[in-house]
Ligand binder design. Sequence first.
Ligand code: ZN
Length: 136
Amino acid sequence: MAAKLILRGEHWQAMRRHVSRRAPLEACGLLAGKNKRVESTLGIYNAERSPVRFRMEPGAQWRAFQRIEAAGLELVGIYHSHPNGPDHPSPTDVTEALYPVAQIIWFRADGEWRARGFQIEGGKVTEITLEFIKPE
Ligand SMILES: [Zn+2]
């Protein structure tokens, strides 16, 4: 499936701002785009308000899906943070992965926020490449 996800620097910044602002709680959001290429990020409220779990607030998630569809885009990724690690999907993330899209995990290493991309399908986790392009 998706061996990579293509993003612009502004998407990276937007996600990093979001997860950083919500820490020490987990933050989560959706990535809209086409053909493995991100066009916009949509931060969603974490209804769990937890440092170790996330559940997208259903109303906000529904509205985000409406916006993605109205823009003629598709869901190409989901991001969430692990303020206290690990740097990869947790067993819960693997069990609860509903969509076969890129999963971006934000974590901290040496005080810096970093991200890795994964594909989770049928309980199997594969790392994918996060590729950056310059704005046009
Ligand atoms: Zn997680």
